[in-house]
Write a protein that binds this ligand. Structure first.
Ligand code: PLP
Length: 362
């Protein structure tokens, strides 16, 4: 078996232990004689799997009892619609645009009601997280932020001050990278394919009072997207992504047994700081994000010369360092250092950067 150093932005590297465990159970799950892939979602065995995944996630994130946990499909992108459809009770929400993901969410919300841009990072080229300087209008249905902008490599520290207005956050690319104070949010959601598990599962964590009696725009909301219905049906209004949820549960357990989110955060900062420290002293490479907004997951950098960037990416692959090309919107390089990326992998990347830089200087 040969495994490379995989810095993909998502779907991302999975913990090897989890893949091996799943491989061991693939044909015969716990003596049942069939695979989780072949299991009814209405069976007791699957109910145990989804219950365990939820319980483990609740322990990891210390999720308060008045929050529901949903395992849905449609990716984070479908939540761009589900959020306004469910929560826009007065058809007026506020959006903080900190990169392309929050911009996409804002555009989608504007299809359903008034979506004000409360702050934007556009002027800085999205090189830092825009802050909310004033308390927003207290009649807004919610304030929306994206906690970690995967493409630009910025991460918001904490939660903006919004008074009594609930905060909704897309945490896809920092989900389970570090602890999160769930009670400061009305709703958070994450596509699982970075730190949570495979693509095809979206975790939604929503406070009960926001779910209400049903979606705000009940007449146009597809049944599937109604949070009330999904809460009442335990994420099983229809057939869920059974195998995906099973793998998420295994990833959650892996995080728990490797020390939980505090330990994960320490390891993650230790890893990405190897890169940020190198970038800060390099005369060839530059980091593209201001230090106070740097992501714990996605490290974006460039040489400033697209040809040199391409040569760097190509040379990396020859050393077994893959998926470090920047997103097509921004170019350059991006090393996504999610939970399953080892410190050894990051050290290999830094060593290669050093070699590349001295070859270039020489
Ligand atoms: N939000 C963020 C922060 C992302 O990083 C991504 C994808 O990478 C998305 C939303 C879109 O996710 P999906 O492809 O699951 O719809």
């Amino acid at each position: 078996m040969s495994r490379v150093y995989n810095f993909a932005a998502g779907p991302a590297a999975m913990p090897l232990e989890v893949l091996e465990e799943a491989q061991g159970e693939l044909l015969d799950y716990k003596g049942l004689g069939y695979s989780v892939l072949e299991m009814s979602h209405r069976s007791a065995a699957f109910q145990e799997i989804i219950d365990d995944a939820e319980a483990t996630l609740r322990r990891l994130l210390k999720i308060p009892d008045d929050y529901h946990v949903l395992f849905l499909q449609g990716g984070a992108t479908l939540q761009f619609s589900a959020v306004p459809l469910n929560l826009m009770r007065t058809r007026h929400a506020g959006y903080v645009v900190s990169g392309n993901w929050s911009r996409n969410a804002w555009k989608e919300a504007a299809r359903f009601g008034r979506a004000d841009v409360l702050a934007s990072g556009e002027e800085s080229g999205f090189s830092r997280t825009p802050e909310l300087d004033v308390l927003p209008d207290q009649t807004l249905d919610y304030v929306y932020v994206c906690q970690n902008e995967t493409v630009y490599g910025t991460m918001r520290r904490g939660v903006p001050e919004t008074g009594s207005v609930p905060v909704v956050s897309d945490v896809s690319s920092c989900f389970l990278s570090l602890p999160l104070n769930v009670s400061r949010y009305g709703l958070i959601y994450a596509g699982a394919q970075k730190n949570g598990g495979p693509a095809g599962v979206t975790v939604v964590i929503v406070r009960d009072d926001l779910v209400g009696d049903g979606p705000a725009l009940a007449d146009v909301t597809p049944q599937y997207l109604g949070y009330r219905l999904q809460c009442d049906k335990g994420s099983m209004y229809n057939t869920p992504n059974t195998f995906g949820i099973y793998l998420c549960g295994k990833v959650f357990r892996w995080i728990e047994r490797t020390g939980g989110l505090e330990a994960m955060e320490q390891r993650n900062w230790a890893k990405v700081n190897l890169l940020y420290d190198y970038l800060d002293q390099s005369s060839l490479f530059e980091g593209t994000v201001e230090p106070a907004s740097r992501s714990i997951s996605n490290v974006c950098f460039r040489t400033g010369d697209p040809k040199l960037d391409a040569a760097f990416v190509e040379g990396a692959a020859e050393r077994g360092i893959v998926n470090i090309k920047g997103h097509r919107l921004v170019g350059g390089m991006r090393a996504s250092c999610y939970n399953a990326v080892s410190e050894e992998a990051v050290r290999a990347l830094v060593a290669y950067m050093r070699d590349f830089e001295s070859a270039y200087a020489g």
